[in-house]
Design a protein around this ligand. Structure first.
Ligand SMILES: Nc1nc2c(ncn2[C@@H]2O[C@H](COP(=O)(O)OP(=O)(O)OP(=O)(O)O)[C@@H](O)[C@H]2O)c(=O)[nH]1
Ligand SMILES: [Mg+2]
Length: 457
């Protein structure tokens, strides 16, 4: 369902989380990809343009920096696409012991009969005593189709194969159907919304007085759904929409967003041919599904865990003063292992992190890092601040290793890495960090590459 849009969205969020410095060009790239995908999903070009302008305007707010900026962009991207799909979840109000009547309308082949059985399945499963009244007197096979579906889903069907007047059929079963919590009325389709169809629908509607008159639209029609929905709304008091065949078209985005523009909320979507291929339409869960992962909070969490800006700032100011002791090294390790959690993220968002950070910096190192943390914990304040003294005295080496429950070899390795990082940071790699931005993407990549290569674990 909407695969192109789904992958464009995933890629966009992937970029936001994986890019350490979000510049104007990156944002523009993300917006452009998203816009292209929306147009492919047949979303109206004006809506697409509006969405792009809004995101760019909000995202380029220079006052918001660093991580907050990424959170901000993640949120607006998510919210804007979500708002395009719908404003909230709409639910039909049904009550057990009190009858609700739903009449389904739509053009020929839109999925009315299938949807009748889907609705019946949905509500009978939830304990509503449900029946379907078949009022399609025009298509010869209509009654057989309903009869079959009724058997399949074990729901009572009311049909009359001989009668050609829908009102007579309704009156014939009028008493019997009173018994049901939910009565679903299936009607005939036409190629166009012609005056004959309008008259027939109006007559049925005046007689039955449905609580809901729902228009069935197939997703394939894309953004023309807007025209169809508003025509039906004007002619027959349509107060809601069900979109069918969401599974079989790339244009579903067009149909959904077009309905958002009319005042007919989308209550349900059909996602296949089976009676159970049916779900309530909820813009929030729909976008989560497009993203292939949890909700907005989940996304934000990922952005936040990607980098800890405060630590970077502190480190920078220490570097400025020419100080970089083992405590800073430890912090840097934490930061790197924090990036280790990126590997988990990378599983969920294909391509994230792994492309930029060498593999040996992600998973395999975690164990070693823990050992190193223990080693640093076993040192005295003096040793932490002046690591050079450790190697000069073997007694220090063995004392620290013993205290951490590990070997002197491990300790020597730690000291080697510390020196390496210290050289790197004083050698200019980290010296150009702008404290307001943290490490730039390039700097981080360079650091990761160097660090990863020399560590050889
Ligand atoms: N893949 C897919 N097919 C669907 C879906 N809903 C309906 N169909 C198919 O669409 C075709 C038409 O469905 P019907 O329910 O007969 O449509 P209708 O509006 O009642 O048609 P008329 O009564 O002839 O106007 C059938 O082959 C259904 O199986 C859906 O959500 N997904
Ligand atoms: Mg039908």
């Amino acid at each position: 369902m909407l695969n192109t849009l789904s992958s464009a969205l995933k890629k966009g969020f992937d970029k936001i989380a994986g890019t350490i410095f979000l510049d104007k060009k990156t944002i523009e790239g993300i917006v452009k990809d998203l816009q292209r995908a929306l147009i492919q999903a047949d979303v109206n070009i004006h809506l697409v343009k509006e969405l792009g302008d809004k995101i760019k305007k909000e995202a380029e707010n220079e006052k918001i920096k660093g991580v907050e900026r990424k959170e901000h962009l993640t949120k607006i991207l998510h919210d804007e696409v979500r708002n395009l799909l719908g404003d909230k979840k709409y639910e039909l109000k049904l009550e057990k012991g009190k009858q609700t009547k739903i009449m389904l309308l739509g053009l020929y082949g839109a999925g009315k009969t299938t949807t009748s059985s889907k609705l019946a399945t949905y509500y009978s499963k939830r304990g509503f005593k449900t029946a379907i009244l078949g009022l399609d007197v025009h298509r010869p096979a209509a009654t057989d189709q309903l009869e079959q579906l009724g058997k399949q889903i074990k729901v009572q069907i009311f049909i009359n194969k001989e009668e050609k007047d829908p009102l007579k059929i309704y009156n014939q079963f009028k008493e019997e159907i009173k018994d049901y919590d939910l009565l679903i009325v299936d009607t005939a389709g036409r190629h166009d919304l012609d005056s004959e169809l309008i008259t027939e629908i109006k007559d049925i509607s005046n007689e039955i007085k449905p609580d809901y008159t729902l228009l069935t639209l197939q997703a394939d029609i894309g953004q023309t759904a807007k025209k169809q929905a508003s025509e039906f709304q004007k002619a027959c008091n349509v107060n809601g929409v069900i979109i069918t065949r969401m599974d079989s078209t790339a244009k579903a985005g067009g149909a959904l967003t077009a309905c958002k523009e009319t005042n007919a909320p989308v209550y349900f979507i059909g996602t296949g041919e089976k009676p159970s291929d049916f779900e309530q339409f909820n813009p929030d869960s729909f976008i989560s599904r497009l993203l292939g992962l949890g909700d907005l909070d989940g996304l934000l969490e990922k952005v936040q865990s990607a980098i800890d800006e405060k630590t970077q700032k502190k480190l920078k100011s220490k570097l400025d003063k020419g100080q970089f002791d083992l405590r800073d090294f430890q912090q840097q390790l934490n930061q790197m292992s924090g990036m280790g959690s990126l590997s988990k993220m990378a599983e969920m968002i294909p391509g994230l992190g792994k492309a930029k950070i060498p593999d040996n910096l992600l998973g395999t190192q975690e164990d070693k890092m823990k050992k190193w943390q223990h080693l640093i914990d076993s040192m005295t304040k003096q040793e932490i601040e002046n690591p050079e003294i450790i190697e000069k005295e073997t007694s220090r080496l063995s004392r620290i290793a013993k205290g951490a429950g590990t070997t002197t070899t491990e300790l020597r390795q730690l000291l080697k890495q510390y020196k390496l990082l210290k050289d790197m940071t004083t050698g200019g790699d980290l010296a150009n960090i702008d404290p307001s931005e943290g490490l730039s993407q390039k700097q981080m990549q360079k650091l990761a590459r160097k660090f990863g290569k020399k560590m050889k674990m």
